[in-house]
Design a protein. Structure first.
Length: 158
């Protein structure tokens, strides 16, 4: 087959053009744990670069893209030290009561963290998530509306 009909350039150069991972337009607030995770990811990727097979263009491209992303996140990180208070804030662990889709009331507990640290399955949400935004600055007993549903704050742990 003629090379003219092949979509990918000869030698796999298409891997050299992986698009960069998008960077959030929001301020890169991080908890101390979040900053440690970012620093660990940068260190891990730097080790991978050092041990990389120079002929593996696809892996080189992927690692380079990820290292650029995490290095950028490390450089723009704004550490938010833990604080105390009676209102919901960045870094706080919040317990809420809300109705699920079936109408049953459900308790949920999560920590409000930075975007890269957020993992709802592990009990953390980003400070830019609609729920976190609605709760920030509110106290125990306050009720807010999120996506058409009432959410009551039951507890705040700093």
């Amino acid at each position: 087959m003629s090379v003219a009909f092949v979509k990918e350039p000869e030698g796999g150069e298409a891997f050299e053009n992986l698009p960069d991972r998008p960077i959030s337009p929001h301020t890169n607030f991080v908890t101390p744990e979040g900053l440690a995770q970012i620093e660990a990811e940068v260190a891990r990727l730097e080790k991978e670069v050092a041990s990389l097979d120079p002929t593996d263009k696809a892996e080189d491209s992927r690692i380079g893209r990820d290292l650029r992303y995490w290095a950028s996140r490390k450089n723009t990180a704004q550490l938010v030290e833990p604080k105390s208070g009676d209102t919901v804030h960045f870094g706080a662990t919040v317990t809420i009561l809300r109705e699920d889709d079936s109408g049953k009331e459900t308790k949920q507990t999560f920590r409000i963290v930075g975007e890269d640290e957020a993992d709802p399955h592990k009990g953390s949400i980003s400070y830019v998530a609609p729920l976190a935004r609605a709760l920030t600055g509110k106290g125990v007993g306050d009720v807010v509306e999120v996506n058409g549903n009432d959410v009551e704050i039951l507890a705040i742990k700093n």
